[in-house]
Design a protein around this ligand. Structure first.
Ligand code: FES
Length: 160
């Protein structure tokens, strides 16, 4: 009887410990599954500006000579200057989000060959819609500022 009581006392904490370890490893598996899906979520979530603000300055108008189409890849915009008019066109492909580059006829996507005219309208490939145009304003300090949260109608330029 005394032996049994001793055995009981010595095995109970053992079982408790096993259960606790099993619970811990279950928690570990659930935890890593949760972390994994969180990582997947952040990986596949389109982040158009690499975490940078959607409103940013790009320099003074005279840094963009007339006739130039200058792509700023980290910001995913192309600054277009024609005479005294300036515009910011998205360089994120409307197919699967690759960064497109200005070409002789407009824009070209290196991923699946979508093509766009100089205004960003689709002229070929799988892209389902035109490239976005973003509002450009002149700050009091004389710098151009692009606001990617403010999509405007294709062909709307800022006069500088
Ligand atoms: S991502 Fe541009 S064509 Fe597919």
């Amino acid at each position: 009887m005394g032996m049994t009581a001793t055995e009981t006392r010595s095995t109970e904490p053992q079982i408790g410990r096993r259960r606790f370890l099993a619970w811990l490893s279950g928690l570990g598996i659930a935890g890593s599954a949760a972390l994994g899906s969180l990582a997947t979520f952040f990986f596949i979530r389109p982040r158009t500006t690499y975490g940078q603000p959607n409103r940013f300055k790009i320099g003074r108008p005279d840094e963009f000579p007339s006739g130039s189409r200058i792509a700023i890849d980290p910001k995913r915009v192309c600054i277009v200057r024609e005479g005294n008019k300036v515009a910011a066109i998205s360089t994120t492909c409307t197919h699967l989000g690759c960064i497109i580059a200005p070409s002789a006829t407009g824009f070209q996507c290196p991923c699946h060959g979508s093509r766009f005219d100089v205004d960003g309208n689709v002229t070929g490939g799988p892209a389902p819609k035109a490239l976005a145009w973003y509002a450009v304003t002149l700050t009091p300090s004389g710098e151009l500022e692009v606001d990617k949260d403010n999509e405007i109608q294709t062909g709307t330029y800022l006069s500088v």
